[in-house]
Design a protein around this ligand. Structure first.
Ligand SMILES: Nc1nc2c(ncn2[C@@H]2O[C@H](COP(=O)(O)OP(=O)(O)OP(=O)(O)O)[C@@H](O)[C@H]2O)c(=O)[nH]1
Ligand SMILES: C=C(OP(=O)(O)O)C(=O)O
Length: 186
């Protein structure tokens, strides 16, 4: 599974308002990666990334060409010919291994599939079957863009998987990972 994480110098979370949100962005990414590692091997594409290596992820350096290019560079180091490939965004710190397992099992039915985010316009995860390539469109309105590119929507509940944290209000009612929870409780 490929998880792109903006490097510490780039991490913004600008929708949280003024201030430095880099530590929060890192806490959320570490929680997302830790939950994903329970289910499958993870390649993190970022700048630096020793923290992710310590968790057990493989790290690929981000060449600075944007989100979709970062995910592609992660896909380039995994063999997608015998097992399917998955890309998951890193701001999903309430992700539960059980829901990720369910989503990956559901994805096996389709050549390309996706999980929309809880706001309804974005994408939490895309998956492609073994031997099937991706046509990535993460960014504004990525849900519609991925659908147009043949990604079939998976319809499980999966609140932790779907919830990308863009603003502080998004933390409410979630079973957050420990690093993010510590942050929120400060
Ligand atoms: N490696 C890598 N990851 C990225 C890049 N852009 C976004 N991401 C990751 O993709 C996820 C979604 O990012 P966004 O919500 O678009 O950006 P953000 O900085 O987290 O938040 P905003 O400033 O509010 O847009 C986050 O986990 C980011 O770390 C990129 O260029 N490279
Ligand atoms: C980049 C995306 O996420 P966000 O909504 O967090 O910007 C996306 O959903 O494609």
């Amino acid at each position: 599974m490929i998880i792109p994480v903006k490097g510490a110098r780039q991490a913004s979370k600008s929708r949280f308002g003024p201030g430095d949100h880099r530590d929060l962005a890192l806490a959320m990414a570490l929680d997302t990666v830790a939950a994903a590692l329970v289910v499958a091997p993870v390649v993190v594409v970022t700048v630096g990334g020793a923290e992710f290596q310590s968790l057990g992820a493989r790290v690929v350096q981000d060449a600075g060409l944007g989100l979709n290019a970062a995910i592609q560079s992660g896909l380039a180091v995994v063999d997608g010919s015998t097992t399917g490939t998955v890309a998951l965004l890193a701001d999903h710190p309430a992700l539960q291994p059980t829901e990720l397992r369910e989503a990956l099992a559901a994805a096996e039915e389709f050549e390309r599939s996706m999980v929309a985010d809880s706001d309804g316009s974005g994408t939490a995860l895309v998956a492609a079957r073994a031997g099937v390539g991706h046509d990535l469109a993460f960014g504004a309105n990525s849900r519609a863009a991925h659908r147009a590119r043949g990604y079939v929507e998976l319809d499980g509940g999966w609140p932790g998987l779907r919830r990308d944290i863009d603003v502080p209000d998004h933390f409410g009612g979630l079973n957050l990972g420990p690093r993010t929870l510590e942050f929120v409780q400060r």
